[in-house]
Structure formats: C-alpha cells, structure tokens
Design a protein around this ligand. Structure first.
Ligand SMILES: [Zn+2]
Length: 358
C-alpha cells in the first residue's frame, strides 16, 4: 500500500482529489447507456485516466495504459494500492467497481460526492429540492420523500395501483423521478430487487446474489420480475443517498414515535426538542467509508452552523474500526457526534424521561 502519511484534517490532498476525479468518471460511465455509447469514453473518465498516468509516472509506479486497464484496476485492486492516499483513508478491502457485479460500488458513489466537485449526493439533493418546491408544503414533501424511501424500485409498475385516491397525489409529484431500470441489471429477461435494502439486485454474479445495499446474505431475499421493461427505479443518487439511509431513518422514527420530527429537510435533517430546550438536529446516514463520511458530515454541520447528530445503523457502529476512523477524521472543532440507532434512541428516551420527571 502507498502511504502518504496521516489523514490530514480538512485538507484535500492531491491523491484524494485524484481519487474523487476517477470516481466521478466511473459514475459518468455507468450513466452512459451502452446503446448510445460511443468512443471516446466520457470526458471526465478520460481526463481522470490522463491524470492517473501523470501521477503514476511522477511517482515511478505502474502506469495504466488505457481506460479498460484503469477499469480493471478499479475492479480488482483497492485504490490505495495505486494512488497515494492518506493513511487509513479507505477500508483495506475498498473497491470502486464491484468485482463480481461490475457496477460502481457504494464506496465509489460516496467518494464521487466528496469535495467541491461532488456529483452523486449533490444530484440527490437537487432532485429533492425540485420535489420540495413542487410539493409546496413540508407535510406533502415528507409524504413524497417517504414514498421514495419505501419504494425506490417498482419491480411491477402498476399505474392503476398508483392512481388510487390514497396514492394518486403523491405519485403525480414523484413519478418523474422514476425511469427504466438501468442497463446491466436486467438479465435473461429477469430483473431483481432486494427485500433487505429495497434496491436493485442481481441473482447470479460470480459471487452469487448481489444487491446495491450490500445486505448480508441472510438478509437478502430477491424479488423477481419477468418483465424488466415494466420495472421502474429512481436514480442511483436517490437509491444510495435517500432510500438506503431512509430504511434506517424509518426505524429511528418508529422508535422515537411522535418525537421523531416528522418532516425532514431536503438534506434529511430532522430537528427535535433537545434536553436543554434547544432543538436537537440529527441525520441518518448509511455509508461504507467512515473517513469520507466524517468529512461530509463536517461539511454539512459547518453549513448548518449547529451541532449535528449523525445516526448510523447498529451494525455499522458495532465495528470499532468504523467509529474510530469516523471520529479520528473529524476536524478538531467539528460539531458532529456519531451514534448508533440503539444509542441515539436510548439517549432520546432517557432525555424524555428526565424531562417528564423534571
Ligand atoms: Zn439488499
């Protein structure tokens, strides 16, 4: 592994910036339908390759000779093996393209959202901003947002069901956010979704079943449609940055009940009464890479100018490495606290009990 020293706080070293440029190129490539695809590759990917070539030549390390070779590196090797990244910037097993499924990984989407040129999380934000504007009220936006969280993939698209009175208004507002299932997912006339994460899945990669949410095999049950052309899905940005953490957010809100802060902002920020009478601000996240997650959380908290409680799934917080890496990567004065779902909801219950008896 190439080591460029400890993780600099708040800085964006050259290797990290180059890594995010590569990931933005991969996201652009994945968004290019093969039917319209023509050489050259997306310019962002071609430019990223040119920069990796210059970088590797200057460091006298192996040089990728072409885009296909760079793609195979992204699939087979961790980025820290071919870029000079800060120590422990990524998990040791990080890949930008899933080796078996062939799609950009969540790690890739998270990195492509980092820094001033971030694209994926930013796309989700801009789509939700537009939705919020057309909704006209926080309550209506909350209904639409919850619909997208619960149903990011419509495997058997049924217009009649969605035009029932209870759903029709919501569907009219969200329907333009759905499109055909991306190329690469339908296979042999079948398309799959995962009941664990609700996202798109594949039944038979070289490693067996795979889903976008990275569910554990015991949580992953595939639902299948024989009519791929009828299936609809929201964009990758909304699947990864809204629907995926949204599952955990629904759990947090269910546990908090009326105190959950029913309407979220476009950023997924909830404000609830805090123990000292001031609002308590939380956001539920579900990200693979703790260091980029911490840097994004610090950016978000700086923009909010208030303390931000970041709540992550219990299974993620249970990894001491995740917590340690997240907390170590936070800038010294970043007003961010990391909680598991269990810790956060227990703390809220304790606060409520204290107030009820005060
Ligand atoms: Zn899944």
């Amino acid at each position: 592994m190439i080591d460029a020293g400890p993780t600099p706080v708040g800085a964006e070293p050259a290797g990290t910036e180059l890594l995010t440029a590569v990931t933005r190129g991969l996201i652009a490539l994945a968004a290019t339908p093969p039917s319209t695809f023509r050489l050259p590759y997306p310019s962002s990917l071609q430019l990223a390759l040119d920069r990796v070539v210059l970088d590797t030549i200057s460091r006298r390390t192996p040089v990728p000779r072409s885009v296909p070779e760079l793609l195979s590196w992204c699939r087979e090797r961790a980025p820290q093996e071919w870029l000079a990244l800060p120590r422990d910037f990524l998990n040791p097993d990080a890949r930008l393209i899933h080796p078996a499924a062939g799609h950009p990984t969540r790690t890739c989407a998270e990195l492509a959202s980092l820094g001033p040129y971030g694209v994926v999380e930013q796309e989700a934000r801009s789509l939700l901003t537009r939705l919020s504007d057309s909704c006209g009220s926080p309550a209506r936006f909350a209904q639409c947002r919850d619909f997208l969280i619960r149903r990011p993939v419509l495997l058997r698209f049924d217009p009649m069901e969605l035009l029932q009175p209870s759903l029709a208004h919501t569907w009219r507002l969200v329907k333009d956010l759905y499109g055909p299932v991306p190329d690469g997912f339908p296979s042999d006339g079948l398309v799959h979704s995962c009941s664990g994460c609700g996202l798109l899945a594949k039944a038979d990669t070289a490693d067996g079943p795979w889903c976008e949410g990275g569910c554990a095999p015991e949580e992953r049950k595939l639902d299948t449609s024989h009519q791929p052309r009828q299936a609809r899905a929201v964009t990758l940005a909304l699947r990864i940055f809204l629907a995926l953490p949204g599952r955990t957010e629904l759990e947090v809100r269910a546990r908090l009940g009326e105190r959950s802060g029913s309407s979220a902002t476009v950023l997924g920020i909830h404000r609830i009464p805090g123990p000292d009478g001031n609002p308590r601000t939380y956001q539920v996240q579900d990200r693979e890479q703790p260091v980029p997650a911490a840097l994004r959380a610090a950016e978000l908290a700086a923009g909010l100018d208030e303390q931000l409680d970041v709540v992550v799934p219990d299974v993620r917080a249970a990894s001491p490495m995740y917590r340690q890496s997240f907390e170590r990567a936070l800038p010294a004065d970043a007003p961010v606290r990391l909680w598991s779902v269990g810790e956060f909801t227990a703390d809220e219950s304790a606060n409520r009990t204290w107030r009820d008896h005060a």
